[in-house]
Design a binder for this molecule. Structure first.
Ligand code: NAG
Ligand code: NAG
Ligand code: NAG
Ligand code: NAG
Ligand code: NAG
Ligand code: NAG
Ligand code: NAG
Length: 581
């Protein structure tokens, strides 16, 4: 197994953090939500993509998960400071079994790229992994790149109902309205006034003429921090001019802004008390419980490991909902009010407190613990934190975990559509199906483990198609249909699976990719004022958030020039239909 420079660095330097390895516990399943790695900044001039450093960050995070879940026994001393060995019962250790693992990614290429990099660390290349390697004439043939392994990554675009579990905020109109209102709130105005001079002098001194003056203020706090952080990491001149203190202040402002936009539980949308700004945490919680429930119902045979990759909003929202941002005993509240570092991971583990690996425990013996790793620094530990300000220790019995999560989780798509006032096709479809009883429970992906979801998804697909026609959105559909057929004729340039376009990347992709990344990630920092910037952050300025181009109409509008990355929105499973045409 090839070790990244980052993992080998584990051997160096750090204060011993004892994680007290317990031998009397057995991990049965795990759900991890992982943030993408370093990317080029949204406000920058180049398209938003994963950087080599970002890929290394995710690779090292994947390697750490490998050490935790897939290594046989005790870890080396170095690894042991960062994580304990907690092998998941029955999970294939060397050769990936895509039936055991569910991998979900949002469609941005820096996220799918992050997903692939993580998987390269989790399941590194292995020679002789397949019985099918040997040919009749005696020759042995390995997979390319010394036995590269192929994970089945499900990329969920905004038109896929299941995307709400990964990015519940993304298509949520009420979330955007509430965020819009934030700029007018006293808290925001006060920060705006207090920081305006700082922003302006910093930019004048460090990045003269780089951004338009109307962009350089607190309303763009996150994007500006990202811009400065990127320059700090990559440009020596800028690093010296910027200095640590200013970067730290930019970060604090970005943290304050994003925590208010995603973790402020007092803000409401359509119904009072609906905690609309934390909607992404509410959907994520629903998914975590559903995924672990499926695992338990299958007596441990399915959904052993679920890996979800996306943006930072769900982190902050969940931290806030789960009381992590409040419990101040250990000062960890500070940590949970910050935008996570690139590659950060939060993990939910289902375990029993004995070391019997069979039979599968009864659900009353199962417990859940929550872990968080603040980025991918070699000395950043994967640490356990108590949820819900739990005084009863950090491991909650499964039943109370489910109950506490259920108190704020969004459990079905109709619930999300209601709370969000979303106008996505699948919401229209659910709305117009007069039965009003949407299929509940296992709506998420579920290709692993033979859950009923494909059928359910089919129903939703059919309803969607009907609603499209019924709602007079037929033109969009026709465009989509035409595009699918055209692709079938052999024009497809790149798989919807990944962001690695390499040499085949066409000129038309450039703008698209700025718009995609920009639209999805500029909006929190940038759409509020809709101010004109030097780059198209958030698509057309003033675009109502609910029309977030990347979410709703990317394939229909922006992509008309031949980028077919998101054709998969037409079908449910993003990969198969295209491959099999
Ligand atoms: C892990 O243990 C299994 C069975 O005990 C063994 O076959 C395998 O070689 C071990 N793998 C490693 C990496 O030590
Ligand atoms: C065996 O077959 C493979 C594929 O047909 C071919 O590439 C290889 O050269 C053959 N080996 C020998 C020893 O003939
Ligand atoms: C911010 O500054 C504006 C203009 O100077 C002023 O009208 C407003 O009252 C200030 N707001 C706060 C919260 O200080
Ligand atoms: C580094 O930053 C400075 C300004 O801070 C800028 O003028 C220069 O072009 C940057 N260099 C590169 C290689 O981007
Ligand atoms: C605080 O930290 C200590 C050890 O670092 C841990 O034992 C304790 O449970 C923590 N308490 C809370 C409320 O996080
Ligand atoms: C999170 O990680 C960053 C980078 O490693 C570090 O600078 C920061 O202090 C950490 N935050 C906390 C609260 O530990
Ligand atoms: C757990 O395993 C250890 C050794 O691996 C053994 O000594 C201990 O008795 C086991 N505990 C239980 C509860 O089975």
């Amino acid at each position: 197994m090839a070790l990244s420079p980052f993992i080998s660095l584990l051997a160096l330097s750090f204060a011993g953090i004892s994680l007290g390895q317990s031998t009397t516990e057995t991990v049965w399943a795990s759900f991890a939500y992982v943030l993408y790695g370093e990317r080029t900044p949204v406000l920058g001039e180049s398209p938003v993509t994963l950087t080599p450093l970002g890929a290394q960050q995710l690779y090292s995070q994947g390697s750490l998960f490998r050490a935790r879940y897939l290594s046989n026994s005790s870890l080396s001393d170095e690894d042991n400071r960062i994580t304990t060995n907690s092998a998941i019962v029955g999970l294939e250790k060397d050769v990936i079994d895509n039936n055991q693992i569910s991998i979900y990614s949002t469609p941005d290429d820096f996220v799918t790229g992050s997903t692939l990099a993580f998987m390269q660390g989790l399941y590194p290349p292995v020679a002789g992994s397949s019985d099918a390697s040997t040919l009749a004439n005696g020759t042995t043939i390995e997979y390319p790149l010394n036995g590269y392994q192929y994970p089945n990554i499900q990329t969920l675009s905004g038109l896929d109902p299941n995307s709400i579990w990964l990015a519940g905020h993304s298509g949520c109109s009420e979330y955007w309205s509430s965020g819009n209102a934030f700029t007018g709130e006293a808290y925001a105005r006060q920060l705006y006034n207090a920081s305006l001079a700082f922003y302006q002098t910093t930019w004048a001194e460090v990045f003269p003429d780089a951004l338009s003056a109307s962009t350089v203020n607190f309303n763009h706090a996150y994007d500006l921090y990202e811009y400065a952080q990127f320059a700090y990491a990559h440009n020596q001149t800028a690093r010296a001019a910027l200095n640590d203190a200013r970067l730290a202040r930019l970060r604090t402002l970005a943290d304050d802004q994003q925590f208010a936009l995603n973790g402020d539980l007092s803000a409401s949308g359509r119904e009072s008390g609906d905690r609309i700004r934390a909607v992404a945490g509410r959907t994520l919680a629903g998914r975590v419980v559903a995924q672990l429930s499926t695992h338990i119902a299958s007596a441990g045979t399915s959904d052993k490991l679920t890996l979800a990759f996306g943006s930072f909003e769900p982190f902050l929202a969940f931290f806030s909902l789960a009381g992590l941002a409040e419990s101040d005993d250990n000062g960890s509240a500070v940590l949970f009010r910050q935008v996570p570092q690139p590659g950060a991971a939060m993990v939910f583990e289902l375990l029993s407190t004995n070391n019997d690996t069979s039979p599968y425990p009864s659900s009353s013996d199962l417990r859940v613990r929550f872990l968080y790793r603040n980025g991918t620094d070699p000395d950043a530990p994967l640490e356990e934190y108590p949820l819900f300000g739990s005084s009863s220790g950090s491991r909650l019995p499964w039943s109370s975990f489910r109950e506490r999560m259920g108190a704020f989780a969004i459990k079905d798509i109709a619930g999300w559509c209601r709370a969000c006032g979303a106008i996505t096709l699948f919401c229209i479809a659910l709305d117009s199906s007069s039965s009003g009883s949407p299929p509940s429970g296992t709506l998420f992906g579920g290709d692993g483990g033979g859950s009923p979801s494909p059928a359910v998804a089919g129903v939703i697909g059919a309803l969607t198609a009907l609603a499209v026609v019924g709602a007079g959105a037929a033109s969009a559909f026709v465009l989509g249909g035409v595009r699918v057929r055209r692709c079938g004729a052999g024009h497809r340039r790149s798989s919807s699976l990944g962001g690695f376009k390499g040499a085949e990347k066409m000129a038309s992709d450039r703008d698209v990719s700025v718009v995609r990344g920009g639209a999805r990630h500029a909006r929190v920092g940038s759409w509020e004022l809709g101010g004109p910037g030097p780059v198209p952050v958030g698509g057309e300025s003033g675009l109502p958030p609910k029309q977030d181009a990347a979410f709703f109409g990317a394939s229909v509008h922006e992509k008309a020039d031949g980028d077919d990355d998101v054709d998969s929105i037409i079908g449910r499973a993003p990969v198969k239909p295209l491959e099999s045409i």
